[in-house]
Design a protein around this ligand. Structure first.
Ligand code: C5P
Length: 226
């Protein structure tokens, strides 16, 4: 039987892509399937946690026993996560949040015109970084991020963990066969803010979720005993 090592804890998970509309029918997004985040939510639930899953548009059904909140844009994702994260014990940001949104989305569909067009984009807020900063920071809460890098992965992920006040980051690679975007497996490297890291083998996303939550529990123990 599954150990109930997350009983009494609240786990907040983000999943999927975000969608940034340019007009009512066109958007910027990415191929995130949501499978990694859904696996984390399901695994946390099976270990006794109260789980809130905030997901962008994906073709997956709501996991049983998990409060699932469906959003589209990064701003909507942020509005849903920030209040939930206030009382969370563990926050896992698997979502592939779009870095930019239209500065001024059009209210109506733009007619096509000959020639090039220019779209003015503005940066989205970094939801994970925001949770670790100032008023929003909560000592004792474990913050976990994901990062996709094509090069200098470990260094960049460690820097990201420090910058975003994450306890650790799972680094994955967009180009490896059978893993990351859309796949059922993932091959990740756990990277800590101090630059130490562990390469995990190719595993099912559920197994990655299992190990991720195991590491989160260890981080909590270290924090509460110091
Ligand atoms: O900076 P980068 O996008 O590589 O960081 C990835 C991590 O930060 C992921 O955990 C992702 O969910 C989170 N993130 C976020 N808000 C953003 C961009 C990324 O929470 N706007």
């Amino acid at each position: 039987s599954t150990p109930q090592d997350l009983a009494g804890l609240k786990v907040v998970v983000s999943a999927g892509p975000t969608r940034e509309y340019l007009d009512p029918v066109r958007f910027i997004s990415n191929p995130s399937s949501g499978k990694m985040g859904f696996a984390v939510a399901e695994e946390a639930r099976s270990r006794g946690a109260e789980v809130v899953l905030v997901t962008g548009p994906v073709n997956l059904v709501d996991p049983e026993g998990v409060r699932t909140v469906r959003v589209e844009s990064a701003l909507e994702m942020q509005s849903a996560i920030v209040p939930e994260a206030q009382e969370a014990d563990i926050v896992v940001m698997t979502a592939a949040v779009a870095d930019y949104r239209a500065a001024a989305p059009k209210g109506e569909k733009e007619a096509k015109t000959p020639g090039d067009v220019t779209v003015h984009l503005t940066p989205n807020p970094d939801i994970l970084a925001g949770l670790g900063e100032g008023q929003a920071a909560r000592p004792g809460r474990v913050l976990i991020g994901f990062a996709m890098e094509t090069h200098a992965g470990v260094e960049r992920a460690a820097l990201k963990a420090r910058r975003k006040n994450a306890d650790f980051i799972l680094l994955n690679y967009p180009t490896r066969e059978g893993t990351a975007f859309g796949g059922d497996d993932n091959q990740v490297t756990l990277v800590r803010p101090d630059g130490s890291f562990e390469d995990w083998p190719r595993l099912s996303k559920r197994e990655v979720a299992r190990r991720l939550l195991g590491e989160a529990v260890r981080v909590r123990k270290v924090q509460t005993s110091s």
